[in-house]
Design a protein around this ligand. Structure first.
Ligand code: F6P
Length: 320
């Protein structure tokens, strides 16, 4: 029977991570476990930056964005010798098991640690929504609402100046933030890795639009599609009739108070992670599928095909 658990956040921070931390701490304490917070993700695990938490350590953090445990990306964690240092640090404190809140890169570290004797459970904490074993990741909903808020504002000036706004949103290699925000905004065009549009076709469609007397447009683009979004906007200005302005929303998308949806999701997942550890499970990750909290083996989860939201892709054309 486990007696002590740890919790850490890893990879890019996401709104709602604090709610997940709180859920793990409160549920752990409720079941009589000692609960430890690891600062700076796997980096803190290797450096031994681990502190015991009590219920007050997580008071008043539900509404705060970011992560109170801080986060980091540690490439060296792929090396077994580095992970062994982390295992030794956990053993020294008598910590039997760990909850890892982060993206799919963090999941792999959790699986490897489990194979070295520390049961780990992963929670999907990332704005990208790029984890196939859950319908939604913690932070996606808040980020989506932030994007919609920003695009609403950009739309005002786009409308006033009769321009074409090219808005680049985050998501790493996943187009969900662009797709969902584009649908929410009724964007004239949505360009994502799952819905790429050849540049020539973009130019031709915008030219048609301009000639149909529509003098303003909103185009939402996933990051990492165009190496230089400003050069892309310049080409639109030169070739379509529209005056195009590119906006890169950047890290404003990752900040801010988590939405109610993300808070509830994080609370449900955090409590489930503690249940799993108490049942002796490890090397798994928690998800929400069809509104049910579920868990998968991490290797299995990482092999699952991602939902490409084909029915939503259809909407782009239907609602044009
Ligand atoms: O994974 C979250 C994310 O915000 C991605 O959308 C983005 O590509 C990346 O992190 C940026 O990371 P960083 O802030 O470390 O540059």
């Amino acid at each position: 029977m486990i007696k002590k658990i740890g919790v850490l956040t890893s990879g890019g921070d996401a709104p709602g991570m604090n709610c997940a931390i709180r859920a793990v701490v409160r549920a752990g304490l409720k079941y009589g476990l000692g609960v430890y917070g690891v600062n700076d993700g796997y980096k803190g695990l290797v450096e031994g930056d681990i502190v015991e938490l009590d219920r007050h350590s997580v008071s008043d953090i539900v509404s705060r964005g970011g992560t109170v445990l801080k986060t980091a990306r540690l490439r060296e964690f792929k090396e077994e010798s580095v992970r062994q240092i982390a295992v030794n640090n956990l053993r020294k404190l008598g910590i039997d098991a760990l909850v890892v809140i982060g993206g799919d890169g963090s999941y792999m570290g959790a699986k490897k640690l489990t194979e070295m004797g520390i049961n780990c459970v992963g929670l999907p904490g990332t704005i990208d929504n790029d984890i196939a074993s859950t319908d939604y990741t913690i932070g996606f909903d808040t980020c989506l609402n932030t994007i919609v808020d920003c695009v609403d504002k950009i739309r005002d000036t786009t409308e006033s100046h009769q321009r074409c706004a090219i808005i680049e949103v985050m998501g790493n290699h996943c187009g969900d933030l662009a797709l969902f925000s584009g649908i929410a905004e009724g964007a004239e065009m949505i360009i994502t890795p799952d819905h790429p549009i050849p540049e020539e076709e973009v130019m031709a469609s915008l030219r048609d639009l301009y000639e149909s007397k529509k003098k303003r447009a909103v185009v939402i683009v996933s990051e990492k599609i165009y190496p230089d979004i400003h050069a892309f906007a310049k080409r639109i200005t030169e070739e379509t009739g529209f005056e195009a302005k590119a906006e890169v929303l950047g890290r404003v998308q990752r900040g801010g108070s988590p939405s109610a949806f993300d808070r509830v999701l994080a609370a449900r997942m955090g409590a489930h992670a503690v249940d799993c550890l108490l049942e002796g499970k490890g090397g798994i990750c928690v998800g929400m599928i069809n509104n049910k909290i579920v868990d998968y083996d991490i290797y299995e989860a990482l092999q699952l095909p991602r939902d490409k939201h084909i029915s939503m892709l259809r909407l782009i054309d239907v609602l044009k």
